[in-house]
Ligand binder design. Structure first.
Ligand code: FES
Ligand code: FES
Length: 152
């Protein structure tokens, strides 16, 4: 089946099979490998994207469900070769180690700061609770979120 959707502000279309995930379609059909595939079960958050402005695990959404909708991936955050302030904060705070979790955490942080520009520690914990990181111990991720909140 053919789906048409807006991805990172561009009208895109792709031929997908009915059971195919949005994550697969983004990575394998639309050439956007930024959203990562770590569990494909909604457990790790590495595939997080915004679907019509709502944070979702793209591994749990069918590509067919995104037909006619708007998706923003981590690739859609930077502007004209300039990192998004959240991406910049992650780099500066040392919150990126292997980087596998980073795209999902960045998208989740963008979502958080849009809803709550000055989040409390509990709000940060809650907002990022669906994103697993095996490397950082989370402290530097917290530092990055606070830094991004100060700047945005
Ligand atoms: S790959 Fe989607 S939540 Fe892990
Ligand atoms: S930086 Fe490696 S999993 Fe988070």
């Amino acid at each position: 089946m053919r789906v048409e959707l807006v991805v990172n502000g561009e009208q895109r279309e792709a031929d997908v099979w009915p059971g195919e995930s949005l994550l697969f379609a983004l990575r394998e059909r639309l050439g956007l490998p930024g959203s990562k595939n770590a569990c494909e079960q909604g457990e790790c958050g590495s595939c997080s994207v915004l679907l019509d402005g709502a944070l979702v695990c793209s591994c749990l959404v069918l590509a067919a469900q995104a037909d006619g909708h708007e998706v923003v991936t981590v690739e859609g955050l930077a502007r004209e070769r300039e990192l998004h302030p959240v991406q910049q904060a992650f780099v500066e705070a040392g919150a990126v180690q292997c980087g596998f979790c980073t795209p999902g955490l960045v998208v989740a942080t963008v979502d958080l700061l849009r809803r709550s520009p000055a989040p409390s520690d509990d709000e940060i914990r809650e907002a990022l609770s669906g994103n697993l990181c095996r490397c950082t111990g989370y402290q530097k991720i917290f530092d990055a979120v606070r830094l991004a909140a100060e700047r945005t």
